[in-house]
Ligand binder design. Structure first.
Ligand SMILES: [Zn+2]
Length: 538
């Protein structure tokens, strides 16, 4: 996602995060939900297919706020224990790796997760907004990214509203409920996704068809059907910023692998984030639609998440960069494809400047942060910009071919499943035949970045520019290649790249051949290195 609303972190900060207990594995949720015409009172039944993977006689489901009316296991009502944040469901004895069907009937005023509110025109709208662990406000679930499952949505709502959810539209038909006309809409996501991406939209939206895109590059069928859903008064401005959505899917599919889901919808919504990458149904913040300022970079970022974050999901929160760092970098790759190398360099320079300006996360915590318990605080410059710049440096470290081969292998191995950072490292090592433990540790398991100051002088006997490089001690010494470019008095450019060793003491020298004293010396001309670079002119 992009652009977390401030204040949200404080609100959720105190919430208890229950560590995931992998004694159970949910394979499917079927959620039948009755969404009202106005207000926030929902009625629902969740049918959960779950396998027991380790000995345990109780299934713990996350659910806040709502009243649980009935729980049954394999069709038989059971005496469940309703706790403030969970439901404890007793399970009958069965063999190891037994499978159960658990039904939970529940209702109440939904407070979060499904955002019920009236829009600026006074129309009631309902949008799921689960990240990171707010699905438990409306979906009884194992609400942890490690447990991915398929989901069927059976939504009953006013016929005046449009219902969109994950996956493929199965059916939509009028039904009579208590003498009232209602519409029942069924969507089915047949690929396993984490609970934080399971959403519905129930709102007076109009559909703008973007047509078939990325033909030949879809996993489920030949092309990827794309559309945009907006409030009726926004229809005139469409497809607007979404006019290149097809090219984005085409690009990422050709770099990585076929698009993983049944369709790709883009929705104007009430998400608190700038954009939220819900699998096959991206939700965007409402305000930019109303000011015609939906950003193409946001669309590229959320679209890239369909592969990284959605199809390959971080197994636990400290590895969030596998989602956000990838989306950040792939938005850069979109810029490169759409607007060229110099625009890409400008973007990476901006990413680097953002990292260097940060005093909250980058200077204090490593990217893989195993200490932070406030999940919203993980939406920081480490997970996004530093993770993205890490991929940029990794690409230089292993080379273009190995980098993209390894990305494809990593994706193929963990698609519709989960991964941790070492899974990526293993593929990069296999493709490059390099030991990369030091590289991943240096950039992802330590805070900060190199702080380099350099001086130069011209050796007129050897006809060389001699650059002396020293590292500041603040974050310890790093090992990295540094490129220096010079322009001689005739205007000709020369450059040299040298490994700078991880030694704290003394200057290391880089020699660049130059027939004359240079007019200009530039450190890291390609924006390839995450470092604070200071050239002391003399
Ligand atoms: Zn993101």
């Amino acid at each position: 996602m992009l652009g977390v609303a401030l204040g949200a972190a404080a609100r959720l900060g105190a919430q208890q995060i229950r560590p995931y207990q992998p004694a159970f594995d949910v394979s499917d949720y079927t959620i039948a939900i009755d969404v009202p015409d106005t207000g926030s009172f929902i009625r629902a039944r969740a049918t959960i297919s779950v396998a027991r993977t380790q000995p345990s006689d109780t299934l713990t489901l996350d659910l806040l706020d709502l009243d649980v009316r009935e729980v049954s296991v394999d069709g038989r009502p059971v005496k469940f224990d309703r706790r403030p944040e969970t439901i404890l469901v007793p399970l009958p004895r069965k063999a190891a790796r037994a499978e159960y069907r658990v039904d939970v009937v529940y209702e109440g005023m939904v407070k979060d997760g499904l955002i019920a509110r009236s829009d600026s025109a006074g129309r009631w709208t309902y949008f799921g907004d689960n990240w990171p662990n707010r699905a438990r406000h409306w979906i009884p679930s194992i609400d942890h990214p490690s447990d991915k499952a398929t989901v069927t949505w059976r939504v009953t709502a006013s016929p005046s509203k449009t219902v969109v959810a994950n996956g493929k539209l199965v059916s939509s038909k009028g039904v009579r409920v208590g003498g009232v006309d209602r519409q029942e809409t069924i969507w089915r996501e047949s690929k396993r996704i984490p609970v934080y991406l399971m959403v519905i939209a129930v709102a007076p939206l109009v559909q703008v068809d973007l047509g078939d895109t990325a033909c030949g590059l879809a996993e489920a069928q030949r092309c990827v059907a794309q559309d945009v859903y907006v409030a009726p008064e926004q229809r005139g401005g469409m497809p607007g910023p979404f006019s290149r959505a097809g090219e984005m899917v085409q690009l990422f599919a050709s770099i990585v692998a076929p698009f993983p889901y049944e369709k790709l919808s883009h929705l104007q919504s009430s998400t608190r984030f700038g954009g939220m990458e819900n699998a096959s149904a991206i939700f965007y913040a409402d305000a930019p639609f109303r000011t015609n300022s939906v950003n193409e970079g946001t669309i590229a970022h959320e679209t890239a998440h369909q592969w990284f974050g959605d199809a390959v999901t971080e197994r636990d929160w400290p590895h969030l960069w596998l989602s956000e760092g990838f989306a950040t970098y792939f938005a850069g790759l979109w810029t490169r494809a759409a607007r060229g190398d110099s625009a890409f360099r400008v973007q990476m320079d901006r990413v680097r400047a953002t990292i260097l300006a940060d005093t909250i996360a980058v200077t204090k915590r490593p990217v893989i942060d195993t200490i932070e318990t406030n999940l919203l605080a993980l939406l920081n410059r480490n997970s996004y910009e530093k993770g993205g710049f890490f991929l940029h440096m990794l690409r230089s470290q292993v080379g273009e071919r190995a980098f993209f081969d390894a990305l494809r292998a990593y994706y193929a191995k963990h698609r519709h499943a989960t991964a941790v950072t070492d899974d990526l490292r293993a593929e990069m090592e296999a493709a490059s035949k390099q030991d990369l433990g030091w590289f991943f540790d240096q950039w992802l398991r330590r805070p900060g970045y190199p702080e380099i100051s350099a001086t130069w002088e011209y050796d007129s006997t050897a006809h060389e520019v001699v650059v002396g490089v020293t590292q500041a001690a603040r974050f310890g010494a790093f090992k990295f290649p540094l490129t220096v470019a010079v322009v001689d008095s005739a205007g000709t450019a020369h450059r040299a790249t040298q490994q700078i060793l991880a030694v704290g003491e003394g200057a290391q020298r880089i020699r660049i051949p130059s027939p004359t004293k240079p007019m200009r010396v530039t450190l890291d001309p390609d924006v390839a290195l995450l470092a604070r670079l200071t050239l002391v002119e003399q």
